[in-house]
Design a binder for this molecule. Structure first.
Ligand code: PEP
Ligand code: MN
Length: 263
């Protein structure tokens, strides 16, 4: 079902008045995690002012260490809803398990499956039934085939609103957090009709590499970007080193506009 052989035209996923796939570049932006009211409202206002069309922010965070901040949970979801009410931006947020799915789906416009859960097949089947668009991040050690088969779990459960997201894979390289796999973007675009995002924030782990790799991702054929932006990255509780300041995010959007015209 994910294959172009089955469905030759590009799938367009619609969220409110935002269309992902089928032409216009969409930018999802916001902090790694929702940390508080002022933080997420400020991020949402600045993201919108700069040209983002969807707000991101994790309320449930799948952290490497159990001792790290795990997210604000329902309180974070409520703050995302407040940011949406104020800015009009639809909200994308991660769902980490079937237990919290119903609650997350009450607040979110787009449900995000994180890299660590790409092959959590039970969660994929459950998330499909929530009836909301799903961003499916590529697992950090998943092949393109495994990624598309994970998408197949959601599609075969009856939900065709699936957006792929390349967020970097593990390689031998240690000077960047992950290696953004642009081959996978070009390949997935040929093999599948599903829209594709690129996440150069997790893909590089370094804010200085985010803008060049965002542009490269679009040149490789991505339909949009997912960008971590924080009002004050040096104080972020998670992923500060890869988060853009609002000024740098505005600069990225400007560069994207220029590239989009050139493409
Ligand atoms: C995130 O988007 O903040 C995140 C946890 O991403 P990933 O699942 O790609 O690591
Ligand atoms: Mn993050």
């Amino acid at each position: 079902l994910a294959s172009r052989d089955f469905h030759p035209q590009d799938t367009v996923v619609t969220v409110g008045d935002v269309q992902i796939g089928g032409g216009k570049v969409q930018i999802i932006a916001g902090p790694c995690a929702v940390e508080g009211e002022e933080q997420i409202l400020t991020a949402a206002r600045l993201a919108k002012a700069a040209g983002a069309s969807i707000l991101r922010g994790g309320a449930y965070k799948p952290r490497t260490s159990p001792y790290s901040f795990q997210g604000m949970e329902e309180e974070g979801l409520k703050l995302l809803a407040r940011a949406r009410a104020e800015t009009g931006l639809p909200v994308a947020t991660e769902v980490v398990d079937p237990r919290s799915l119903e609650l997350v789906a009450e607040y979110a416009d787009i449900l995000q499956i994180g890299a660590r859960n790409m092959q959590n097949f039970l969660l994929l089947k459950e998330v499909a039934r929530a009836g909301k668009p799903v961003i499916l991040k590529r697992g950090m050690s998943a092949t393109v085939e495994e990624w598309l088969l994970a998408a197949e779990y959601i599609l075969s459960a009856g939900n065709f609103q699936v957006i792929l997201c390349e967020r970097g894979i593990r390689t031998f390289e240690t000077s960047t957090r992950n290696t953004l796999d642009l081959n996978a973007v070009a390949l997935a675009r040929q093999l599948s009709h599903l829209p594709i995002l690129v996440d150069p924030s997790h893909g590089t782990g370094k804010w200085k590499l985010v803008t060049p790799m965002a542009l490269a991702g679009l040149a490789a054929g991505a339909d949009g970007l997912m960008i971590e932006m924080h009002p004050n990255p040096s104080e972020a509780v998670s992923d500060g080193p890869q988060s853009l300041t609002p000024e740098n995010f505005a600069h990225l959007v400007e560069q994207v506009r220029k590239l989009a015209i050139a493409l």
